[in-house]
Ligand binder design. Sequence first.
Ligand code: F6R
Length: 265
Amino acid sequence: MEVIILKNAEIVATTAAGLVSELLRVQADAVLGLATGSTQLALYRSLVEKHQGSALSFKQVSTFNLDEYLGVAADNPQSYRSYMNREFFDRIDIDKRNTFLPCCGEGENPRLVGPRYEQKIREAGGIDLQLMGIGHNGHIGFNEPSSSLSSRTRVKTLTKQTLKDNSRMFTKDEFQPKLAITMGIATIMDARRILLLATGESKAEAVQKTVEGPISAMCPASVLQMHERVTVLLDEDAAAGLSNRDYYDWTYLQNEALKDRFSDK
Ligand code: F6R
């Protein structure tokens, strides 16, 4: 696991955007795994800026999001589909027909969505780079603590903590879903590369458990220790609980610039 600690959240976002554009430079038709949430907003902003200001194109890119609420129609502003369109897809040159979320259409059996999503990911050739955040409880996607580390895309019940964390996005009168369809942990682990972003002191404990704790279903993100190519990008606050910090900084200094990190296709 490569742990990179950067000065602030803005630099985390621009560094992540730099890594994504580096990948697209060598693999224009890459398959990206995407996430929603507050942490990703600065990343999308930075990618949009790169698209507008340089030749960064998403024309040939396909995307698969980690999760989608169940019981929220795609055109509802609270859906993750709406978030993705608003914050990213509508602002770049991607072909929206190549953007996928594990949505459950009205009247559809939600249990069929997972296997179909897995199939779609396989047909696309698998995910080249999965971008993600982390919950305060160590969740990735909506794989809440105690999720099977071998899980596949399926319906999950959100924890009370996740509902509380996400309640800031909903007004009092809005329906806040308690269920979601999420990529499974094994699905995430199939991605060829993973980039985890965490910022802010509220994430410090989850980050410490993820990077330095035992691998446990009680901190789903800790399974990333088993993945060959994970980069964890942190700001100072999110890194505050790490005991091996000196080594991460030392390793980072020894590495050459991030340039070309993703160019060994
Ligand atoms: C959302 C997702 C979640 C978030 C996590 C952190 O698609 O996959 O795992 O990444 O809940 O959310 P923020 O960034 O809002 O703290």
